[in-house]
Design a protein around this ligand. Structure first.
Ligand code: PLP
Length: 389
């Protein structure tokens, strides 16, 4: 046998293990000090009542002969895809049911979609970004080039006609920077993709954090996007499904073979999301479910506001927070990402995520998240005020 040597080209990911090690060491040496974690990328609020009620009901159905369900459709039950269809329709995007694929989350689909593309494609990935895009392509042996995001372009890189790419990743709102593209900017990416015969892989995992009605939450709000873009979304951050697992991917019929091949891929390698979870997902899209998840999102966004307002007062450059659970700041005094991590831990006992862990352009930057509790977020910002005044 021959092993897939591409795996040896992956960079070891020490980011979260190094953070955990440093925090553990610090707390062992300083047991009396309270550490506040604003580095987490996971939700903390529980699932909303509508979701729990729907899942309880589904559990009961599974215990009764007449309502028991075995294998479901690999691409998801119609009751969920119809709910997703209705959700998009509210933003003026019309989708056919067979363009919507229900899955166990965006991470799997982002990796699995690559089955559809030749190894010879060149991939364009923003830097910094969610590391999964790079790693899944390295595993397949594809060539990766980067679109530089930096302070000058407010972490929103635009297409460069000198760069030829076949697959283009866009994450908006972005993890880790929280930066969001507007419609004009996304239109430029769509035009670039169409003129290069490229496909955009649009990650909308954080769309529900966008509060400005004029900002696009789906790439299909942009004219021409159905001819060049696949969209990934998830209930993870929208509705606290990180541990429950449900997402959806849109592959427009206009992409021809890609829509058919994705169905073929899913029916061959995936056996669907559990019925109980899909009933929970359906409940997210009901009027009551939407009301409840918006309360949770508002809670996180209030935390983001507290963080952003504090940084503004202290004159610390940052983006994000407004339409995202992430705040991306420039480390004060030109500190490196890891120096700032150590400095914050030592002097304020606040833990964040060094930007350098998300790509070379993340060096000198730092990610804070709004997924902590309100009390802890306020306390962490009081410590910032004392430290940086
Ligand atoms: N896309 C981005 C940009 C993310 O940050 C994450 C998770 O943190 C995911 C996708 C994964 O989402 P899921 O939980 O649906 O797999």
């Amino acid at each position: 046998m021959k092993i897939n040597e591409n795996y040896s080209n992956l960079e070891q990911s020490y980011l979260f293990s190094t953070i955990a090690k440093k925090v553990k060491e610090f707390s062992e040496n300083n047991p009396d000090k309270k550490i506040i974690r604003l580095g987490i990328g996971d939700v903390t609020l529980p699932l909303c009542k509508s979701v729990i009620d729907a899942m309880h009901k589904a559990v009961d159905e599974m215990g009764v002969q007449e309502t028991f369900r075995g294998y479901g459709p690999e691409q998801g039950y119609k009751f969920v895809s119809s709910a997703v269809q209705g959700y998009y329709a509210k933003r003026g995007v019309s989708l056919e049911l067979d363009e919507i694929f229900i899955s166990d989350g965006a991470k799997s689909d982002l990796g699995n979609i690559l089955d559809l593309f030749s190894k010879d494609n060149t991939v364009l990935v923003p830097d910094p970004v969610y590391p999964v895009y790079v790693d899944t392509n390295i595993m397949a042996g594809r060539k990766v080039v980067f679109a530089d995001a930096n302070g000058e372009n407010e972490f929103l890189p635009m297409p460069d006609n000198n760069v030829k790419a076949d697959l283009i990743y866009i994450c908006s709102p972005n993890n880790p920077t929280g930066a969001v593209y507007n419609k004009e900017q996304l239109k430029k990416w769509v035009d670039y993709a169409l003129s290069n015969n490229a496909v955009i892989l649009f990650d909308a995992a954080y769309e529900s954090f966008i509060s400005d009605e004029n900002l696009p939450r789906s790439i299909y709000e942009i004219e021409g996007a159905k001819n060049c873009a696949i969209e990934f979304c998830s209930l993870s951050k929208t509705a606290g499904f990180t541990g429950t697992r449900c997402g959806y991917t849109i592959v427009p019929a206009a992409l021809g073979a890609l829509n058919k091949y994705w169905l073929r891929r899913q029916t061959t390698k995936f056996n669907g999301v559990p019925y109980i979870i899909q009933r929970g997902a359906e409940a997210v899209f009901t009027e009551q479910g939407q009301k409840e998840i918006k309360e949770n999102i508002a809670y996180y966004k209030e935390n983001a506001k507290v963080i952003s307002e504090t940084l503004t007062r202290l004159g610390i450059w940052h983006v994000g927070g407004k339409h995202s659970p992430y705040i991306w700041l420039k480390c004060p005094n030109n500190m490196s990402s890891w120096d700032f991590f150590d400095y914050l831990l030592e002097n304020a006992q606040v833990v964040g995520t060094p930007g350098a862990g998300f790509g070379k352009n993340g060096e000198g930057y730092f990610r804070l998240t709004s997924f902590g509790s309100k009390e802890n977020t306020i306390e962490a910002m009081e410590r910032f005020e004392k430290l940086f005044k």
